[in-house]
Design a protein around this ligand. Structure first.
Ligand code: MRU
Length: 356
């Protein structure tokens, strides 16, 4: 696959899990620069918190699970620069950098989940030297990545059972390999079905304004040899009316306890269209995307992004400077529009309360 989020040491060796060797500690976070796709496939490396923050904010790395893995590995890489003489100062530095990285984007809960998990592992340990705490931090961050890779495969195995030969699958945004450590969430069932020889037609919504569907989803599926057609967001209703869509599968950035699911802006509209056309609508997520502290989706913080993403679409003037622009990055699909959740532990059907 693409290895979108990994750890890389000074000798250029790439890791997707922890290994107890000296070289690993010289490592950095390695990412694909997703802003350059589909034109250029370029990998970046960093161990600087300001750069990691900027990469998340600018969507160099994006997609909820990938953001979580990048933040965890980024925190571990940054810890190399901590000027900590003892446990207390290491934990203080860790807290500071972790809060800084957590302020990069507000909606994907995987970001906070992964950073908390890393900080918690250090806080709960009884280790006293900064070197041993740093080792533990890297171990935890790489466990998050390793589990993410397993999670993708499990979602793919469960979700592929929903797919039949000649099915049309509609997806929105990018919840594929680029958005996770491996096969993706929404696209993992597609990849697994493809490996089994099941013939699918995938439709990728272009996904205005940043075009994750046409730039990323179409690119990675095409590269993997999957039949993919990109449509503009406003074409989904027509496609459904023509009977070309058998199932919708999307990812999510945060799911509340009752099953309301925040995903890329436009997902809610697709769910309404699917309901009208009696097409099953599935949300593929790892459990790390569930925020059971929120009773419903109205409590999910929705990121508002810069006007230029709409008014200066990829550098072109696409709206007058004098008009106001509304640019929420996500919307919330109410649970009653969701047929089921495809998770790493199996498929969950409605009612969702208590099952997530
Ligand atoms: O703004 P983005 O590109 O980070 O939004 C990503 C999405 O909405 C994805 O569908 C979601 O994170 C699920 S990724 C497996």
């Amino acid at each position: 696959m693409l290895d979108p989020v990994r750890w890389i040491d000074d000798d250029g060796r790439v890791y997707d899990k922890f290994e107890d060797c000296d070289d690993i500690f010289s490592g950095k976070l390695r990412l694909i620069d997703q802003t350059l796709l589909p034109v250029e496939l370029k990998y970046l490396q960093t161990d600087k918190p300001e750069e990691i923050f900027d990469f998340i904010k600018r969507l160099v790395v994006r997609g909820a699970p990938a953001i979580g893995c990048a933040a965890a590995l980024g925190l571990a890489a940054s810890s190399k620069h901590f000027d900590s003489a003892d446990r207390a100062s290491f934990l203080r530095d860790l807290e500071k950098i972790s809060s800084f990285l957590a302020s990069s984007r507000p909606t994907a809960v995987n970001l906070f989940w992964a950073l908390n998990r890393c900080a918690d592992a250090c806080r709960k340990s009884e280790l006293s030297s900064p070197a041993s705490l740093r080792k533990l931090l890297l171990k935890e961050a790489l466990s998050i990545l390793e589990e993410d890779i397993d999670m993708c495969r499990a979602i793919g195995n469960y979700g592929s059972a929903l797919l039949e030969n000649d099915f049309g699958v509609l997806t929105h945004c990018n919840a594929g390999a680029l958005a996770t450590g491996d096969y993706g969430t929404a696209l993992s069932p597609v990849y697994v079905a493809h490996e089994k020889g099941i013939k699918l037609r995938v439709y990728s919504d272009e996904t205005r304004p940043l075009l994750q569907g046409s730039r990323l989803t179409a690119w990675e599926l095409d590269r993997a040899g999957v039949d993919v057609t990109t449509i503009c967001d406003n074409m989904a209703a027509q496609l459904m009316k023509e009977g070309k869509v058998n199932i919708v599968i999307v990812g999510a950035d945060r799911v509340a306890a009752n099953g309301d699911a925040a995903n890329k802006i436009g997902t809610y509209g697709v769910a309404i269209l699917a309901k009208y056309h009696k097409i099953p609508f599935y949300v593929a997520i790892p459990y790390s995307t569930v925020d059971s502290s929120l009773k419903d989706g109205s409590l999910i913080p929705i990121e508002q992004r810069h006007r230029d993403e709409v008014a200066r679409g990829f550098g072109k003037v696409t709206a007058p400077d004098t008009v106001k622009i509304y640019n929420p990055a996500f919307d919330v699909t109410p649970n009653e529009l969701i047929t089921g959740f495809i998770t790493e532990r199996g498929i969950i059907e409605a009612p969702f309360l208590g099952k997530l």
